[in-house]
Design a protein around this ligand. Structure first.
Ligand SMILES: Cc1cc2nc3c(=O)[nH]c(=O)nc-3n(C[C@H](O)[C@H](O)[C@H](O)COP(=O)(O)O)c2cc1C
Ligand code: SF4
Length: 486
């Protein structure tokens, strides 16, 4: 796991919490219009994959329990975890690539609405991602995966040798020699595991993504609406397909890459296809990056350009995240897949308590502010959601007052204490269990293990009523310590 060079340990130190009257008069707890919907407050739980779906992508009782627990805290919005738009095996991720997934997701929507007494709106994050393989054992890579090509023969002076002989010769080379003999992608596949890129236009299914994705997203969106969701968040952030189209690293020269305008073409086509399916009276927005962080990737100026395009196209909200790319991910162990939250860009996406002099809190606020300002200067009023290391009322309220954002997202703080919103709204902020930004939860996500929080997952384990992880060692959801009596 990458860590900043200048290491300092940071602690969450909340400023005084508001009384109930102060909370009632605050911006944070005031309503806001998002497209056709009025939200009860400016609070938002961003998408978090909890690894609770079935291996074939259906909602489980554990998913229902997880989202019910968040809904009991009554945030204005819960964005359901990244949900695949294709009907292909994707581990324990939710899917929406076929009508058979609708009934489970409808139950999830009902669960959230009921558990929050109608306070909480529930959106779903729709994602597409490309194939990624585990880092191979070098012997297997050379004997089976690598395709022997002319440049290998030339470099090894083995023009007439059989493929097997070339494979054996490659397997005997040192890392430095391999760096000279293999091309960039071959060396990367050996060191990191093979991964498809949006620039792999020699592969027909990658070349044709711009012709297939609008329809796939559109149909998934139609199903989301049928399932009863209040809105859709298109996942244009982090390491996945749509973010990679937007990225300055997208050098496709077929009209779908290169200039900013060409990079935004597919994300706009996807949006229009989705809008056509769900109509204008339904919330559709997207999540994208204020900056890619990685070398050669997008910077805030790119994000300002995209924000204006998306707002003009009619998106109802723009949610801004940061980093989380594969390009600077750390090398995985043999047999494991690269995880896009392990390098410097991953650090910026989910900053943790061992940080630099800037600390892990609110690192995405200033870039979000400049993107929001560029929208307002252009006369565009689209609400902007910010997230990243926000945990206390004073910080949230300040960034709203400073016009840095319109809505405040808290992912890990909501996991640490799903009752944050009700505790603070009713003047009981001192009871909040503060996230320590240790990233224990993120390490579970990296292993595709059931996500829990270390602050509560060993509590009252002897209670026969609670559900536990398959190994019985952790509770699945936060204990209820606060019941609103107001
Ligand atoms: C366990 C876990 C799973 C996550 N899954 C997603 C996801 O499905 N989609 C997404 O856009 N971000 C995901 N994120 C990132 C969060 O939404 C959020 O952007 C990030 O944690 C920073 O916000 P925070 O400091 O409030 O936690 C995940 C984060 C965690 C900790
Ligand atoms: S495990 Fe809990 S305390 Fe640690 S970062 Fe995750 S939510 Fe915060």
């Amino acid at each position: 796991m990458w860590r900043p060079l200048q290491r300092m340990k940071w602690q969450t130190t909340p400023q005084p919490w508001p009384t109930q009257a102060e909370a009632a008069a605050s911006l944070l707890f005031s309503p806001i219009q998002v497209g056709p919907l009025q939200l009860s407050s400016r609070t938002w739980i961003p998408a978090m994959v909890p690894w609770r779906a079935t291996p074939d992508g259906y909602v489980t009782p554990a998913n229902l329990e997880w989202y019910k627990r968040f809904a009991q805290g009554r945030p204005a919005v819960i964005v359901i975890e990244a949900t695949g738009i294709r009907d292909i095996p994707s581990g324990s991720l939710l899917r929406l690539g076929d009508d058979r997934f609708i009934p489970g997701l409808s139950e999830l929507v009902r669960t959230v609405h009921e558990a929050s007494d109608g306070y909480t709106r529930v959106f779903i994050q729709l994602i597409d991602f490309l194939a990624i393989r585990r880092r191979p054992d070098p012997a297997t890579y050379f004997s089976r995966h690598l395709q022997i090509r002319q440049h290998h023969r030339d470099a090894l002076n083995m023009s007439l040798a059989k493929d097997e002989q070339v494979r054996d010769a490659l397997a005997r080379l040192s890392k430095e020699e391999l760096r000279q003999v293999l091309d960039f992608r071959e060396f990367d596949a050996l060191e990191m595991g093979y991964r498809e890129r949006v620039t792999d236009v020699h592969l027909p299914h990658i070349r044709d993504l711009p012709y297939q994705l609008p329809d796939l997203f559109g149909r998934a969106a139609a199903r989301a609406k049928l399932a009863g969701f209040d809105g859709i968040e298109l996942h244009y952030a982090h390491a996945y397909t749509m973010s990679s189209f937007l990225s300055a690293l997208n050098t496709r020269d077929d009209g779908w890459g290169g200039s900013r305008e060409a990079r935004a073409r597919l994300p706009l086509d996807v949006y229009h296809a989705v809008r056509k399916e769900v109509g204008t009276n339904f919330v559709v927005g997207c999540r994208f990056l204020t900056t890619d962080i990685v070398d050669g990737g997008n910077r805030v100026e790119d994000a300002e350009y995209f924000a204006q395009l998306f707002a003009r196209a009619g998106m109802d909200f723009l949610s801004l995240s940061r980093g989380g790319r594969f390009e600077d991910a750390q090398q995985p162990k043999v047999g494991q897949a690269a995880y896009p939250y392990t390098g410097p860009s991953g650090y910026e996406c989910m900053p943790q308590y061992i940080s630099d002099e800037q600390g892990p809190f609110g690192r995405n606020v200033l870039p979000t502010q400049s993107i929001r300002q560029s929208l307002r200067h252009a006369g565009l009023q689209t609400p902007v959601v910010v997230a990243g290391g926000i945990y206390d009322f004073a910080g949230a309220e300040r960034l709203l007052k400073d016009d840095s954002a319109d809505i405040v997202g808290m992912a890990r703080q909501s996991l640490a204490d799903p009752d944050w919103f009700e505790k603070v709204r009713t003047g009981h902020g001192e009871q909040v269990r503060l996230c320590r930004y240790t990233n224990y939860c993120e390490a579970l996500d990296a292993k595709h293990d059931v996500v829990t929080c270390e602050l509560w997952d060993r509590e009252k384990l002897d209670d026969p009523e609670i559900s536990r992880t398959p190994d019985g060692k952790r509770r699945m959801v936060a204990p209820r310590t606060f019941v609103n009596s107001n």
